[in-house]
Design a protein. Structure first.
Length: 137
């Protein structure tokens, strides 16, 4: 027997790409509909979203940026000046997006650190108060 290769991805890969192009909201809507119509489908989608880290990360957005639909945006318009401007503008927007995402990540880390420091300070104060109570009593 010879194996036949298909040029089109299977229905699951096509559905996955379609949902990725629409983002995390589409995945959540599909999961909710799965739970409504036939709960094992919703459960399977939830498990897949957690396993593939679509639920907790920006992987849908990252996959969307590398999808074939995005490559279609780079087709030549026939006007080289416009194509150059468009490429420069898209590159600048991507750089700004990466800078903003790294800023948000630093902001989250700073918030987490301040919350952790406050927790440790409260814990140290509670330990000091408990040791003072044992010395007084």
């Amino acid at each position: 027997m010879t194996s036949v290769t298909h040029s089109r991805p299977n229905w699951f890969a096509r559905a996955e790409m379609w949902l990725d192009e629409r983002g995390k909201g589409a995945w959540i809507a599909a999961m909710v509909l799965g739970f409504i119509f036939f709960w094992p489908v919703g459960l399977a989608l939830l498990a897949y979203m957690i396993w593939s880290k679509r639920m907790f990360s920006g992987s849908c957005a990252m996959r969307r940026h590398s999808s074939p639909a995005r490559a279609a945006g780079f087709k030549s318009s026939g006007n080289t000046a416009f194509d150059s401007y468009k490429a420069d503008m898209l590159k600048r927007l991507e750089d700004e997006q990466h800078a903003f995402e790294s800023f948000l990540e630093r902001l989250r880390e700073a918030k987490d650190k301040s919350e952790f420091d406050a927790f440790m300070d409260e814990r140290a104060e509670a330990a000091k108060a408990a040791s003072d109570d044992t010395k007084d009593g």
